[in-house]
Design a protein around this ligand. Structure first.
Ligand SMILES: [Fe+2]
Length: 267
């Protein structure tokens, strides 16, 4: 694996990332499937970050991809050590990603201010709420990475829910029991236009609703457009129980998305 001191730009960082993934290779096909899932996820988050940052100039687009490439570095040691992607049962994977950055020279090719922005965008990418008081450039990068991450997490879960059981990456479902109902507290949150919190989850259906509620936490109109173009809301909805309450909630989320798109096309 080549050394992180050889990283001089986005291209060499991308090559380093490939070598980093290979360094976790496992002979166990189930373990390897979970590593492959995170490698592909990272590459797709990079693509989404490039699209979402497209209007902000080349430098912003490059930084968005650097942050995207680094955001889940911690997933690899997390899974190797704990065999789970559930932070509550292991470690905060975003902190672990930030630690990998701190212990390497990966970001040394960037000026100090940009290096700090990427570092905090990585470290904070999974927080429930963005903290106040961040420098504007850091907050922008954090919002970009969070949008790009969500766009691809939806793809991962839609693939997971539609895959035959034997082909699923075992750690992707996070171990929630596949019970036939949704919790009231979770339904109420989505109905009220609020994000669902991880602590509310009791079933896989609750987890699907949590993902639906992420639509309320999207920052950029390009991301809203990608959600619509990729039919992510209807695809996620198709995995939920087909009853009147759930249909009402899906309509509420879809309506929110349409409102955001309409508001933007009117300005
Ligand atoms: Fe993450």
């Amino acid at each position: 694996m080549f050394d992180s001191s050889e990283v001089t730009d986005l291209v060499s960082l991308t090559a380093w990332f490939g070598a980093y993934c290979r360094s976790f290779r496992s002979a166990d096909p189930e373990v390897q499937r979970n590593f492959d899932l995170k490698e592909l996820h990272t590459r797709k988050v990079c693509e989404a970050a490039r699209l979402i940052a497209a209007e902000g100039g080349e430098r912003r687009q490059m930084l968005a991809q650097v942050a995207a490439l680094c955001h889940d570095l911690g997933r690899f040691p997390q899974y190797r050590e704990y065999r789970t992607f559930l932070d509550s049962e292991s470690v905060n994977h975003a902190h672990l990603s930030a630690q990998v950055l701190k212990q390497s020279s990966l970001l040394d090719f960037l000026p100090k201010e940009e290096r700090d922005s990427v570092y905090f965008a990585v470290r904070l990418h999974n927080v429930f709420q963005i903290p106040a008081g961040l420098p504007a450039a850091t907050e922008d990068l954090l919002r970009l990475v969070r949008d790009a991450d969500k766009i691809d997490i939806w793809r991962v879960f839609i693939d997971y829910f539609f895959a035959p059981e034997g082909e699923r990456a075992s750690a992707a479902g996070l171990g929630f029991p596949d019970l036939p109902y949704c919790s009231d507290e979770v339904l109420k949150a989505v109905e009220a236009g609020r994000m669902v919190e991880l602590t509310m989850l009791k079933s896989l259906n609750d987890f699907k609703l949590l993902q639906l509620s992420w639509v309320y936490d999207i920052n950029f109109v390009t991301t809203h457009k990608l959600i619509k173009e990729r039919s992510l809301v209807p695809q996620l909805a198709a995995t939920l129980p087909d009853d009147a309450v759930v249909r009402g909630i899906v309509d509420r989320v879809q309506g929110y998305l349409e409102d955001r798109l309409a508001a933007n096309s009117a300005t």
